[in-house]
Write a protein that binds this ligand. Structure first.
Ligand SMILES: CC(=O)SCCNC(=O)CCNC(=O)[C@H](O)C(C)(C)COP(=O)(O)OP(=O)(O)OC[C@H]1O[C@@H](n2cnc3c(N)ncnc32)[C@H](O)[C@@H]1OP(=O)(O)O
Ligand SMILES: CC(=O)C(=O)O
Length: 527
C-alpha cells in the first residue's frame, strides 16, 4: 500500500515549529523539508504563508526551485476565511493561493464552544466559512485537507456539530477531514470509539492529529488508524506546541513494524535515525537519547540477564531489529553486567575473548569492584577495551609509555595572574624523557607535557584533540572521602573515544583518564 492509499503527513515545519525554543531560519526549513523527503513522507506542511513572514518566503523559495522533493508534496497551512468576510477578498486565503502550494490544509473550528466563545460567530456562519473556503480553493485547483480543531472535545459538547463540519467540507470538495485532539487531553480508548462512530456517519476520508499532553499522542494516532483513519499527522521527534505532537518516527514505526502497513516508499524507513538526529541538530536541540526507535539508547542493554539472553538471539530482548530504522544495538558495561555482557561488548569492540572464560570472569569482577569505587565504564568504551586487553595479556598488555612521575604546579602571583606548569617523566621506546609545559590549568599543562614528551616517538599524537572533559564529584561512602570521576573524550580524523579516571585527587583522576586516552589512541590498528 502506498501513495494515496495512506497519507503520512508531516507538520514539523508548522506545528513542530510552535514548540517553545525552536526558531528556524528559512534555510533551516528548506533543509528540514529535504530531510523529511528522504524519509519518504507523503506530505510536508511547510508553515502558514501570509501569517508568518518566514513561511511566506519559504514557500516562495520552494516554488522558485530551491526545494526539489522526490517523494513528498508541499502543503500550505491556513485558516478558513474570517467571519463576515468574503472569501475572495480574505487576505489569509489569498496568501494560500500565492504560496503556489498544490495542497492546502485549512484549520476550522469544529467545537461549538470555540465557534461561540473564540470565533464569536454563529454555528451556521462557521459552516459557511468552511464551505466557502474549501470550494474557493478547490475551484482554484487546490487539493484541500480540513483540520477540524478541537474535534474530540467538541464531540463531548455537541456530537452532531463536528459531523456537520465534516459534511460541509466534503460537499465543498475537501479530500480529508482531520480529527484534531488540539488540547491533547484524549486517551486511546476514547479516540478509537469516536473515530469509529464518526466513520459510520460520514463519507469523507478521515485523518488524525494528536497532541501529547497526556503522553498518548502516538498511541492515540495508532488507535485512530486501527479505527479506520488513513491519514496521520506527526512531527519529527514529537516537536510541537506545549508537550508536543505525535512523534512521526514512532508513528511510522508503529504503522510499519507493528501494524504491517506499508506506508513509506521502499527503503526509506532505514533513514529514520539519521533524519531524526539531523533535524534535532537544525532545531538546535539535543537528540532525545531515549526516544523509541531512533534514540541512541533505544536498543541499549545494561542488565546482565538481558545480555545473556541476547547472546542466544538478539530478538529475545529487542522488539525489532534496530538496523531497520538505521539504529544499532548497544551493550552497556556497568556494575549490572555479567559474563555475557562482557562477551557481547568485547565482540562489539572487536576484541576476541572466545575460549577465555577466566578472562571474562575476571573482567566482570574488576568492573564490579571498580564501579563500587566510583568508576563508570558505561560511557567509557575505550577504557573498558583497555581493561579487557590488559586481562587478556595477563596484566602485561603493552603500553606505549611508562610513567615515572608527574608534577603539576599552580602559581597564583601577587598581580593576580595564574600560571600553571606540569612536568612529566616517562619512558618510551627505550628512552627516559622529561618534559615541562604550561597550560591554562593543571590538566591542560599535563596533557601538553605528555604530548611533548611522546611527540617524537608517536607523531600521531599531534592529531589527537581533547574534545570534552567532564568532572563529577562522588560523595564518599561509610566514612570514606569523596572521589572524583573524570571522563575525557578525545578525537582524531578517524573518530572519537572516551576514557575514565577515578581518584580522590582530581589531578590524578584526570591523569588516569588522559593516560588511557593516549594509550587507546595509539593502539595499533590490528590490536
Ligand atoms: C491548533 C493550531 O495550532 S492552529 C495553528 C495556530 N498557529 C498560529 O497561530 C501561528 C500563526 N499565527 C499568526 O501569525 C497570527 O495569529 C495570525 C496572523 C494568524 C492572526 O493574527 P491577528 O490577525 O493579529 O489575530 P489574532 O491572532 O489575535 O486572532 C486570530 C483571529 O483569527 C480568528 N480565527 C481563529 N481561528 C479561525 C478559523 N479557524 N477560521 C477563521 N478565523 C479564525 C480569531 O477569531 C481571531 O479573529 P479576530 O482578529 O477577528 O478576533
Ligand atoms: C490543527 C492543529 O494543529 C490542532 O488542532 O492541534
Amino acid at each position: 500500500m502506498l501513495t494515496d492509499d495512506f497519507h503520512v503527513f508531516d507538520t514539523t515545519l508548522r506545528d513542530g515549529a510552535q514548540r517553545e525554543g525552536i526558531s528556524y531560519s528559512v534555510g533551516d526549513k528548506l533543509a528540514v523539508a529535504r530531510l523529511l523527503d528522504t524519509l519518504g513522507v507523503g506530505f510536508i506542511e511547510g508553515g502558514w504563508p501570509g501569517a508568518v513572514p518566514k513561511d511566506t518566503e519559504f514557500f516562495a523559495r520552494a516554488a522558485d526551485g530551491e526545494l526539489k522533493l522526490e517523494h513528498a508534496t508541499l502543503v500550505a497551512f491556513g485558516s478558513t476565511r474570517k467571519a463576515g468576510v468574503g472569501v475572495a477578498v480574505d487576505a489569509q486565503v489569498r496568501a494560500l493561493l500565492d504560496s503556489r502550494a498544490s495542497v492546502v490544509t485549512l484549520v476550522a473550528k469544529s467545537d461549538v464552544w470555540h465557534v461561540e466563545r473564540a470565533l464569536r460567530t454563529s454555528l451556521e456562519e462557521n459552516l459557511a466559512m468552511v464551505s466557502d473556503t474549501v470550494s474557493f480553493l478547490v475551484g482554484e485547483g487546490r487539493r484541500v485537507f480540513l483540520d477540524c480543531e478541537h474535534f474530540f472535545d467538541g464531540y463531548a459538547h455537541d456530537r452532531d456539530y463536528g459531523v456537520r463540519v465534516l459534511e460541509a467540507a466534503q460537499e465543498a470538495g475537501a479530500d480529508v477531514g482531520v480529527l484534531c485532539d488540539t488540547n491533547g487531553g484524549m486517551l486511546p480508548m476514547g479516540i478509537a470509539e469516536i473515530v469509529a462512530e464518526v466513520r459510520s456517519r460520514v463519507g469523507i476520508r478521515l485523518g488524525i492529529h494528536t497532541q501529547d499532553d497526556t503522553g498518548c499522542a502516538v498511541a492515540n494516532t495508532l488507535a485512530a488508524v486501527s479505527a479506520g483513519v488513513t491519514h496521520v499527522q506527526g512531527t519529527a521527534n514529537g516537536y510541537g506546541e506545549r508537550a508536543g505532537n505525535a512523534n512521526i518516527f514512532s508513528v511510522i514505526g508503529g504503522l510499519v513494524f507493528k501494524m504491517g502497513l506499508d506506508v513509506l516508499p521502499a527503503g526509506t524507513i532505514g533513514e529514520s535515525q539519521r533524519v531524526a538526529h539531523a533535524i534535532a541538530e537544525i532545531a538546535n536541540l539535543a537528540p532525545d537519547t531515549h526516544a523509541p526507535y531512533v534514540g541512541s539508547s533505544a536498543f541499549a542493554h545494561k542488565a546482565g540477564l538481558h545480555a545473556s539472553a541476547i547472546k542466544m538471539g538478539p530478538e529475545l530482548y529487542n522488539h525489532m531489529s534496530p538496523e531497520l530504522v538505521g539504529n544499532s544495538q548497544k551493550i552497556l558495561i556497568t556494575e549490572m553486567a555479567g559474563r555475557a555482557s562482557v562477551e557481547l561488548k568485547s565482540a562489539e569492540l572487536g576484541v576476541d575473548v572466545t575460549g577465555r572464560p577466566e578472562v571474562v570472569s575476571s573482567v566482570v569482577e574488576r568492573v564490579k569492584e571498580r564501579e563500587a569505587g566510583g568508576w563508570s565504564y558505561e560511557a567509557a568504551d575505550a577504557s573498558f577495551e583497555l581493561l579487557v586487553r590488559d586481562e587478556l595479556a595477563g596484566g602485561s598488555f603493552s603500553a606505549p609509555f611508562e610513567l615515572e612521575s608527574y608534577r603539576a604546579i599552580v602559581d597564583r602571583r601577587e598581580d593576580g595572574t595564574v600560571v600553571t606548569e606540569a612536568t612529566v617523566k616517562v619512558h618510551a621506546d627505550g628512552r627516559r624523557v622529561i618534559s615541562t609545559a604550561e597550560g591554562n590549568g593543571p590538566v591542560n599543562a599535563l596533557d601538553r607535557a605528555l604530548r611533548q614528551a611522546l611527540g617524537d616517538v608517536y607523531p600521531r599524537l599531534a592529531e589527537f584533540e581533547l574534545t570534552d572533559f567532564k568532572v563529577r564529584i562522588l560523595p564518599g561512602k561509610h566514612g570514606t572521602d569523596a572521589v572524583t570521576r573524570v571522563l575525557i573524550e578525545t578525537a582524531d580524523a578517524a573518530g572519537d573515544w572516551t576514557t575514565v579516571g577515578v581518584h580522590p585527587n582530581i589531578i590524578e583522576a584526570s591523569w588516569l583518564a588522559l593516560a588511557d586516552a593516549v594509550r587507546f589512541g595509539l593502539l595499533p590498528p590490528s590490536a
